[in-house]
Design a protein around this ligand. Structure first.
Ligand code: ACM
Length: 754
């Protein structure tokens, strides 16, 4: 009988193998971050109504997290003694044998039809195994079953962080718990809590009650309105008071909540800059001694250190984290230059300048933290003026600070603005809720790898990992914060965890499709992948052809396009691969689903024009920070996209002033030049653009001038193309001048000449 049964099962399995496609399409696991090794097996485990859970001693407490699994219900984990037979059924958490080749920070998850076994050497790794199990349940429509699978998995980096700024906007503990829940499901293991800043102090400090009686409250709930409207703090309880703070008990509760989920909370107490709120209520700690005057603590005043050390004493009693973050970014040193106390400090200690004064303050805090058994971490400015080797650096102004820090032996967390600042726009800013600026689509987050080649092999170990920062100036509501964080935080999770060789954008996108269900189940107001298309053209100087690619954030969309100027329709060509063009064309494209167009038609003018490949003479050189493709930029047949950091937009300080040498006298028809405006970072369209022409490159004859009509008061992202009719004009040299009246940056991407 048994034999027959086996035979039956065997033939059933064979049959099953004949339809693997169907089975895998329905039953695959779509885990993010992608595990190092994942082998799916036939069959399912079905969670019963009441589960038996067993754990070896080390994991008895860890097993508690299984209560957060939506389909695992159990009373209490049973102790599994050393040498005891592994139960045949249930969920079993096992301490790895000393001989087990499993890495110290890895977990092994084995699911078969009767039981689930997770093996690890330590609780942190076990929590990651449980996170995988929980995530699988939330990403499957029928989470009550889990396909049989064998997984071995470990992180690429030990530090995988997300920072939330609760000063610019205050969020309740319930919101932070949701944040931590999601982080744990994606194995992000550090929550950096930016608790203090000029927009409000958020942590109860018993010794300094004014911090939460007043410095936590302001005249407007909305940061921007408050910032533009006088930046006043008010007493808690007064009718116009908006804001809030966390009590020490609430903070301790959050620490426990996070620890249970494998997450460490690192508190940040900003110093010496970004401290307007403290100095408004304790003005004696500022250089002027007056409220609302300074944003930096006075470093010459001993009371400053008494205050900061007393604050730190209360902070370390709440947060067991090894690290304490002391900020250190963007300190404005001008007040120190005029302050007798600060200058006396510089003189007495033979410091070189105010940079060394900041460095003195950081080192002094570091000594204090070390005496309390803690480690200092700060933004990359803490490198300026020297830094103790034990301090850890968060590199945010690009990777430069991180490279320098790692090469001089400091541990580093990479959090460069261009890749990991989730306050940037994630799609075309036109039509988006206001954000601080920048452009950081999901794919760009996913592309980030935090170990630059400039770090020597021996110092690579100093890159502990990555972190994304969520600065909340433009996130006045919980929904808006969700929107900016997700799904970008899911890409963050994979770049922190998954080995570079196992990363794959298409595969990530495929898996991501299943994770919207998880976000929906947690009530996250995530950003929906847009129906916008990105149309990009690359020009090949040899073949003199443009290659146009069309992409979208949608997963495998049906894109239809035209190149004859007509609107795309359901009968237009389907986009499959880059389209080659050898004459000027306008490419128009749209996404179609069930024969209906989704979203708007997008178009790109692909100009294959006379100036491509010609010599550009820079009468005013490009700004060293924005060279783009250097002397090729303006005549390479390629236009920029939505951000001036994309390598096609060239930046200028002073007037825009270039001459195009057409090689020979050339009959002209038209000249087009496009500029960008984004007033936040100081990018303006020239107030007017003029054309002059010459035969010898020396004597120029002014022929055309156009005025800008985009108001400088418009703070949205704007583009303007100046189009000059040049019919009847012949010339060899064409000089284009744009007046930089705003004294900001001028950005342009291509000079198109027909
Ligand atoms: C920062 O973004 N100021 C660290």
């Amino acid at each position: 009988m048994k034999q027959l049964q086996h035979l039956f099962i065997f033939s059933f399995l064979l049959l099953f193998q004949l339809i693997p496609k169907l089975a895998s399409a329905q039953d695959s696991l779509f885990i993010i971050p992608k595990p190092q090794l994942q082998t799916e097996r036939p069959g399912f485990y079905l969670y019963p109504n009441l589960e038996e859970v067993y754990a070896t001693k080390t994991f008895l407490a860890t097993a508690d997290l299984l209560h957060e699994h939506p389909y695992i219900h159990f009373q209490k984990a049973k102790l599994l003694l050393p040498g005891q037979l592994i139960p045949k059924q249930g969920i079993i958490l096992i301490m790895a044998d000393r001989k087990d080749p499993l890495a110290p920070n890895a977990y092994r998850l084995q699911v078969d039809t009767r039981r689930i076994i997770i093996t690890a050497h330590q609780p942190a790794a076990m929590l990651n195994g449980i996170a995988t199990l929980r995530q699988i349940a939330y990403t499957r429509k029928n989470g009550r079953t889990i396909p049989a699978v064998y997984i071995e998995d470990q992180p690429q980096f030990s530090y995988r962080g997300l920072m939330l700024d609760v000063s610019r906007h205050f969020y309740p503990i319930s919101f932070l718990k949701k944040y931590i829940d999601i982080m744990s499901l994606y194995k992000l293991n550090t929550f950096h809590w930016h608790l203090t800043d000029g927009a409000g102090w958020r942590l109860e400090i018993k010794k300094y009650p004014e911090l939460t009686n007043k410095a936590a409250w302001r005249t407007d709930d909305n940061w921007k309105k408050w910032w533009d409207g006088g930046r006043q703090y008010v007493e808690m309880g007064s009718p116009e008071a908006h804001g809030g703070f966390y009590t020490q008990e609430e903070a301790k509760d959050l620490v426990r909540y996070a620890a249970k989920r494998g997450i460490t909370i690192i508190p940040e107490i900003e110093m010496p800059g970004h401290s307007e709120e403290v100095l408004a209520v304790y003005p004696n700690l500022s250089c002027s001694g007056k409220p609302y005057k300074n944003s930096e603590f006075c470093i010459g005043n001993e009371d400053t250190f008494t205050f900061l050390q007393n604050v730190i004493n209360e902070v370390i009693a709440i947060f067991p984290s090894e690290y304490i973050h002391i900020g250190g970014d963007e300190a404005d040193k001008t007040a120190w230059k005029e302050c007798p106390k600060c200058q006396k400090r510089i003189k007495d200690l033979h410091l070189k300048d105010e940079n060394e004064l900041q460095s003195y303050a950081v080192k002094r805090m570091e000594t204090y933290l070390t005496s309390k058994g803690k480690k200092l971490i700060g933004w990359d400015e803490i490198l300026e003026g020297g830094l103790s080797p034990a301090a850890t650096v968060m590199s945010w102004r690009g990777e430069k600070g991180g490279i320098e820090a790692a090469n001089t032996g400091h541990d580093v967390i990479m959090t460069p603005g261009a890749y990991l600042y989730f306050d940037a726009y994630q799609t075309n800013p036109i039509g988006q809720p206001e954000a601080i600026g920048g452009y950081l689509p999901l794919k760009k987050v996913y592309s980030y790898f935090p170990v630059p080649a400039e770090i020597s092999a021996a110092n690579r170990k100093h890159i502990l990992g990555i972190q994304a920062n969520v600065w909340t100036e433009y996130m006045p509501t919980q929904n808006q914060t969700d929107y900016m964080v997700f799904p970008r935080a899911i890409a963050l999770a994979e770049i922190g965890w998954t080995a570079e060789k196992n990363k794959n954008w298409d595969d990530f996108q495929l898996r991501l499709q299943k994770h919207y269900l998880l976000l929906q189940r947690f009530g996250i107001h995530y950003y929906v992948p847009s129906n916008e298309l990105s149309i990009l053209s690359k020009f090949d100087m040899v073949s003199r052809k443009a290659s146009v690619s069309i992409s979208s954030e949608q997963f495998h969309p049906e894109i239809r396009y035209t190149i004859d100027g007509s609107s795309p329709s359901v009968s237009s060509a389907v986009y499959k691969a880059p389209v080659e063009l050898n004459v000027t064309s306008v490419v128009k494209a749209g996404i179609f689903k069930n024969k209906i167009q989704q979203g708007k038609t997008q178009e790109l003018m692909v100009d294959i024009h006379k100036a491509i490949g010609k010599k550009v003479i820079y009468n005013n050189p490009w700004s060293s920070g924005y060279p783009a493709q250097k002397e090729l930029t303006l005549v390479n047949g390629e236009t920029g996209d939505l951000t001036y950091g994309d390598g096609q937009w060239q930046g200028f300080l002073g007037n825009f002033d270039v001459t195009i040498d057409m090689d020979t006298r050339t009959a002209l028809n038209e000249l087009k030049i496009r500029f960008m405006q984004l007033t936040g970072p100081g990018v303006y369209i020239p107030s007017d653009v003029s054309i002059s022409v010459s035969e010898d490159g020396k004597d120029f004859r002014p022929i055309r001038k156009l005025e800008n009509d985009v108001p400088v008061s418009d703070s949205s992202l704007r583009f303007k193309t100046f189009v000059f009719n040049l019919k009847g004009v012949s010339a060899r040299y064409i000089r284009i001048t744009g007046k930089n009246e705003q004294k900001g940056f001028v950005f342009t991407d291509e000079v198109v000449i027909y």
